[in-house]
Design a binder for this molecule. Sequence first.
Ligand code: AHG
Ligand code: MN
Ligand code: MN
Length: 353
Amino acid sequence: MLFGRTTLSKFVIEQTRGQHSELGALLIDVAAAVKSISALVGKGALSGFSGYAAATNVQGEAQKKIDVLANEAILRHCEWGGQLAGMASEELEAPYRIPDDYPRGRYLLVFDPLDGSSNSDVNVSVGSIFSILARSTAGEAQKADFLRPGLEQVAAGYAIYGPATMLVLTVGSGTHGFTLDRESGNFILTHPDIRVPVETREFAINTSNERFWEPPVQRYVAECKAGRSGIRGADFNMRWIASMVAEVHRILMRGGIFMYPKDHKDPAKPGRLRLLYEANPMAMLIEQAGGAASTGRGRILEVAPEALHQRVPVILGSREEVERLERYHHEYDTGADRPFVSPLFAERSLFRD
Ligand code: AHG
Ligand code: MN
Ligand code: MN
């Protein structure tokens, strides 16, 4: 019986009562947008929107028709309410200007309308990711208003379109999960106060990039793969879904670590994932659930953005594992992980012939 359970509307109204009621209204519009996207994605090939759109986006990536539609869904659902100063999206080169017909507020909505869209035509989970920042005053947002560190986010979340559609949200006091009841159309609070399990033996990384990783990541993954016979003394499992939402969701549910680290595959890109609308919202959700999120050399939420579509290395999940990776980066940067070679004598080894 679902009557009496906490709906998303009730939750956000309670959490944002008083001075933040505009934030509550905005979150309810975001929820309406992701319900529309869920309905569209859930039709699969029946929607008639499989395959690629004509364009490539600002990042030179081929846009799928569903990327374009999901972007439209969020713009249309959220532009009218008077809470926003502007929006920015993975699919738009410049910030989206709120049309003059609508009032403007002080919040900024930044989003990845469809994450993991390479999976959309193969019926594997995809999602939407969003981050909300606040300006001190209402009015039209300029590009610089969006370039704020993730620590300043007032809310963040994602929707996952899997066997069930879920919305996972933080407004700065814990990470909470809602499941869409498709009959009533309500998001129902099913996972209050999610905590990332501390003990983990599961890692996620695209190992086809192994030769491009930095040595500390190669070291960490080699140790995981060595399992019980190596220094970790335990067998690890590996998963790679290629939808960040699905990986982060799994980590929130059962622990683990997700890495899209710095690599030298393309020297122009210091990582694959985008800071403002992928790394920052996921970092806030993971930290609010007791996990950690790092570039390998510092907290993601402290990175000062320089560009709207800036990329960043991402290592997030169970705290102990993220801290181990930070230590490996530090040992690599200081040379502590390399054997001592005396300038006077050759490297000493018992096994040298
Ligand atoms: P998007 O579909 O929004 O471009 O994001 C895809 C991202 C992320 O979801 C995933 O972790 C990663 O790209 C997958 O990358 P690979 O294709 O290199 O595995
Ligand atoms: Mn994405
Ligand atoms: Mn996307």
